[in-house]
Design a protein around this ligand. Structure first.
Ligand SMILES: Cc1cc2nc3c(=O)[nH]c(=O)nc-3n(C[C@H](O)[C@H](O)[C@H](O)COP(=O)(O)OP(=O)(O)OC[C@H]3O[C@@H](n4cnc5c(N)ncnc54)[C@H](O)[C@@H]3O)c2cc1C
Length: 498
């Protein structure tokens, strides 16, 4: 068992020469290191933080922003071993087959491979996330007879399931650093450096290979890593920063010959109180409102547009959750009474609920990061240019309308849409903290930063792990999917480094 190395004790001027350098010890970096554990590949994992939150290190995540309201860049992620899983919510769901397809109505859509390419990695990704047995939509047969899914009748919206990560022996979701720290220490050919910040990717004179990574600690130590292969696993924002700021050989930054690095940033907007759901008989199974244990998994139901409905009606993905029981105002009560009378149903026990949601956004090249003029202790800061299109809200509104239609058709209930104007959607808008898209994947170098093997186009020994490579975003929570993608990358790297 080898202890982690504190980079602040590494003498300045040291040169490390591993086979593989993984920069970033979040779920992507940790999963990659673990997947290569039994290979002869000599690996260093370079992590900026330590084992716990440290304000000075966290400060390196600060940046500026303009445009649509978004979280402060140092508040939307965590910079220590385990990355943002140190405070993630643990929601997991695999992407749908449709999420990988090219769709005429969605510009820039289409992954270079289908979901089949990830299928064999999902079970291990699910296990690493400790999200229990793979149930998801197979969970329709809920074991408690009295607790049924909503009778929605035929239509585009159906009940589907989230699963939740739960760290063994704890109520918290898996914190990858804490949970897998000892496993990393047992990997023979792996050295983990903490407090080690990558500050520059050094290209050779041809610009086609990374020949060194400059490293720095906040205590002023500087050393160099010269790996055969480098994997960037610092999360979508920081990967863009390091690539853009490494601009000494390629003036626009590493891998940025086609001005794509930092573009297409995405997250899942979470508008609150999007609609009011009324159920005429007042009966709602508890698994809609809260997580429940089932067959060894922790699950919660949501209302999702089916793949068929999305395809036929050209709408984007979303996941609607039923949030809490609310009181209706007098107007609402009158509307319920009138609708129930028209449908001939008894609404004397009706209950109302507020709906929330996680929405997919359209890929947008101008929702992007650029280098800022400001610097922090270790380098150039980033500026976020945040945008969200009205059409994104309109897509979700269509899905809500479909849900409302189904509720009426099945005489189960009714829906009141609460948000219409842009200002209403933006008011109190929350975000998933699901950073995606800054190094999108495409087989054509003019349309993507990385290829289908996650190799940066034109740079033979540089790869990217994480959701920055997603060309489109689904509404599925990204982490279990990005771990699956990383396990696929591990298999590819075994061939590269053979
Ligand atoms: C509040 C919150 C709730 C969330 N809830 C969910 C959820 O319920 N479900 C879900 O799927 N996802 C959720 N997420 C998102 C999830 O946490 C991320 O998808 C995931 O952590 C990304 O993994 P990663 O390894 O790519 O990057 P990160 O987790 O960001 O890890 C990157 C690592 O790189 C290190 N690093 C950064 N810069 C450098 C550098 N220059 N040199 C060396 N190391 C560096 C960082 O310290 C960090 O450890 C949530 C996120 C937040 C913030």
């Amino acid at each position: 068992m080898s202890a982690f190395i504190d980079a602040r004790s590494v003498p300045s001027g040291t040169v490390l020469q591993p086979d593989l350098a993984i920069i970033g010890g979040g779920p992507a970096g940790i999963s990659l290191a673990m997947a290569l554990a039994s290979t002869p590949i000599r690996t260093v994992l370079l992590e900026s933080g330590g084992m716990v939150f440290e304000p000075k290190t966290q400060k390196l995540y600060e940046g500026s922003q303009v445009g649509a309201p978004y979280q402060a860049l140092d508040a939307t992620r965590l910079r220590f071993l385990g990355g943002s899983t140190n405070h993630w919510g643990g929601w997991t769901r695999p992407m749908d087959r449709l999420d990988f397809e090219e769709r005429a109505w969605m510009p820039y859509s289409g992954w270079p491979f289908g979901r089949a390419a990830l299928e064999r990695y999902y079970p291990r990704a699910q296990a690493l996330c400790e999200a229990g047995p793979w149930l998801y939509d197979r969970a329709e047969k809920w074991p408690h007879e009295k607790e049924q899914t909503l009778a929605l009748g035929d239509g585009g919206v159906t009940t589907r399931w989230f699963q939740f990560s739960k760290m063994r022996g704890s109520v918290l979701p898996t914190h990858f650093g804490e949970r897998y720290g000892d496993d990393l220490k047992h990997i023979k050919r792996l050295s983990v450096y903490l407090h080690a910040n990558a500050t520059r990717l050094g290209l050779d004179a041809s610009g086609a290979k990374i020949n060194q990574i400059d490293m720095a600690t906040l205590s002023g130590h500087k050393f160099t890593v010269k790996p055969k292969v480098t994997v960037l696993a610092m999360g979508a924002i920081e990967i863009a920063r390091l690539m853009l700021a490494s601009n000494d050989v390629a003036p626009d930054g590493v891998g940025n010959a086609h001005d794509l690095v930092g573009r297409f940033f995405a997250d899942h907007p979470i508008p609150r109180d999007t609609a009011t759901l009324v159920l005429f008989n007042g009966q709602l199974a508890p698994f809609y409102l809260n997580t429940q244990g089932m067959h060894g998994a922790i699950m919660r139901a949501g209302l999702f547009p089916s793949e068929d409905y999305r395809r036929k009606n050209a709408v984007m993905d979303s996941s609607t959750t039923i949030e809490n029981n609310i009181d209706l105002d007098e107007l609402g009560k009158a509307a319920v009474a009138a609708t129930a009378a028209a449908l001939g149903v008894d609404a004397s026990s009706a209950q109302a609920y507020s709906l929330g949601c996680g929405m997919e956004v359209t890929p947008d090249p101008n929702r992007r990061f650029t280098l800022d003029s400001e610097r922090d202790a270790l380098g150039m800061r980033l500026k976020l240019h945040m945008r969200i299109a009205d059409s994104d809200f309109a897509h979700f509104r269509e899905t809500l309308k479909e849900l409302g239609r189904q509720l009426l058709a099945s005489r189960t209930g009714m829906l009141r849409l609460n948000l219409k104007e842009r200002g209403e959607w933006l008011d109190g808008l929350d975000w998933g903290n699901h950073h995606m898209g800054t190094t999108r994947m495409h087989s054509d170098p003019r349309q993507g930063v990385v290829d289908a093997n996650l190799q940066v186009h034109g740079i033979s020994n540089l790869f990217v792990a994480g959701s920055s490579v997603y060309p489109t975003y689904s509404a599925a929570n990204p982490t279990m999917n990005l771990v699956a993608l990383t396990l696929r990358l591990a298999d590819h790297l075994k061939g590269v480094l053979r």
